[in-house]
Ligand binder design. Structure first.
Ligand code: HEC
Length: 113
């Protein structure tokens, strides 16, 4: 009974990871942490929109830092095709995913402070 409860809670929690953890917004903290220029900021904001709009049609948004380099090679090219993105959408999407993946753990820690 106790185990069932714990498992239920874990499933619940996994399904409720807040969007700011899955795909951090390009806010002041993000910009400072990644040291983005104004142009890069706009590009990253566009990339995040594309991610949340087109990469969540078939499954929930993957937490950006869970897209490991192995998954980048194995899944991301396939996903870009599945999502039927234009090259001009792929560039900002990749920029956002790479930066966000790299700094997400720092962002999570800093937001918890
Ligand atoms: C048409 C449906 C569809 C769309 C759109 C889609 N995916 Fe997927 N995705 C899947 C399926 C199905 C899998 C399961 C395994 C596979 O096919 O590789 C998957 C698996 C993945 C995985 C690897 C497994 C995991 O659980 O981490 C990643 C990463 C991923 N998708 C990211 C993305 C990204 C980024 C986009 C947007 C560019 C995207 N997906 C758009 C259907 C989709």
């Amino acid at each position: 009974m106790k185990n069932t409860l714990i498992v239920t809670c874990l499933i619940f929690l996994a399904g409720c990871t807040p969007i700011k953890v899955l795909a951090p917004p390009v806010d002041e903290l993000f910009i400072a942490e990644a040291n983005l220029t104004e142009e890069e900021t706009n590009q990253h904001r566009q990339g995040r929109e594309i991610y949340l709009n087109f990469c969540t049609e078939c499954h929930r948004a993957r937490q950006v830092d869970n897209i490991t380099s192995a998954k980048w090679k194995k899944h991301v090219p396939k996903m870009l095709k599945k999502a039927e993105l234009y090259p001009e959408e792929i560039i900002p999407l990749k920029a956002y995913l790479k930066t966000a993946g790299r700094i997400n753990q720092q962002l999570i820690e800093k937001r918890a402070e």
